[in-house]
Design a protein around this ligand. Structure first.
Ligand code: PBG
Length: 325
């Protein structure tokens, strides 16, 4: 008698079997939608390098938040685009700054149904476009920036945010923010730390999305794309400082870092499917070079398979519809 042949293909025969044995699943509640809100905007403004994504008005933001809640998304991550910027990013700490107003709006409208997160960084608010305040000779001043981040965290907490997302890659930012929040009694505000954030060309379209004024680059504070072990080190430091979730960013070029961080920490791990990753797929799909919906699901599944518990993606709403249809 010949030996029975092991046939892995048997489990690929039907969609039912393939679904039954799928090792990785995508669910709406694992997806977080990043959204931009522009101060003083009368109409939502398209972002040309991110087809389908807009800078919202305060009104259209609420519509997007309602939709996110109805779809059962894991949350929204809010980014503010202020009308005026200055050297210290005053718009970020001002309770009447666009981001803090947007938090208040969204929490009031859908706060019971949707987790509200906010970017905690200065680059959208500074005229020089860096993520922190500068020394007289133009370097990013780590420790003075921490004081501003602490004030920004308090403003966002006062506005009612559930989760703050420090994305500036300053050393000690999680500890400084946790201490400030706790001292003020905001012990329930969670920190989603951008732990391993790389100086990436894939943030390119985001610069348009927030009207960034950055000249130069962020290589003195964001990580070198060459380093994976260092990403694990950053994540472990953030956990020790009190991070509730840690994040790897970008996602696609850094799936090895996602996996290594997932294996190294015991808190939930998020990954940010960033603007350039979105735009690449949209551009190729617009040319008819790839199947758009299939590519979206493949990208998001790959990020989950690498170990991300949570994925931030501009496709969150669309992907939620695709996986539940
Ligand atoms: C900084 C921040 C950036 C992104 C999220 N938060 C830009 C940067 O660090 O240069 C990029 C997100 C994306 O590209 O989708 N506040």
């Amino acid at each position: 008698m010949p030996l029975p042949v092991t046939r892995p293909r048997r489990l690929r025969t039907t969609q039912g079997l393939r679904s039954l044995v799928a090792e990785t699943r995508l669910a709406p509640e694992q997806l977080v939608l990043p959204v931009f809100v522009r101060e003083g905007a009368a109409e939502p403004r398209p972002i040309s390098s991110m087809p389908g994504v807009v800078q919202h008005t305060r009104d259209s933001l609420l519509k997007a938040a309602h939709e996110a809640a109805e779809l059962g998304l894991g949350g929204v991550m809010l980014f503010g685009v202020p009308e005026s910027k200055d050297a210290v990013g005053s718009g970020g700490t001002d309770p009447a700054g666009i981001l803090n107003l947007a938090i208040t709006d969204v929490v009031a409208e859908v706060g019971n149904a949707l987790t509200v997160m906010s970017d905690l960084c200065l680059d959208e608010f500074t005229d020089h476009g860096h993520c922190g305040v500068l020394t007289p000779d133009g370097r990013v001043d780590n420790d003075r920036t921490l004081e501003v981040y602490a004030a920004m965290a308090l403003a966002q907490a006062a506005a009612g945010v559930d989760v703050v997302g420090p994305s500036g890659m300053m050393d000690g930012q999680v500890a400084a923010i946790r201490a400030a929040l706790d001292d003020a009694g905001h012990t329930d505000v969670a920190i989603l730390a951008y732990s391993a954030k790389y100086a990436s060309s894939f943030f390119g379209p985001f610069r348009e999305a927030v009207d960034s004024s950055l000249q130069g680059d962020r290589r003195t504070y964001q990580q070198d794309p060459a380093n994976a072990r260092e990403g694990v080190r950053e994540a472990l430091l953030d956990v020790a400082e009190g991070a509730d979730l840690v994040m790897v960013k970008p996602a696609l070029g850094y799936l090895d870092v996602v996996r290594r961080v997932r294996d190294a920490v015991d808190v939930p791990v998020a990954a940010y499917n960033v603007s350039g990753e979105y735009s690449m797929v949209e551009a190729a799909a617009a040319h008819g070079w790839i199947d758009r919906e299939q590519a979206i699901l493949e990208v998001l599944t790959s990020i989950r398979r690498a170990g991300a518990d949570v994925v931030l993606t501009y496709w969150a709403a669309e992907a939620a519809r695709l996986v539940t249809r």
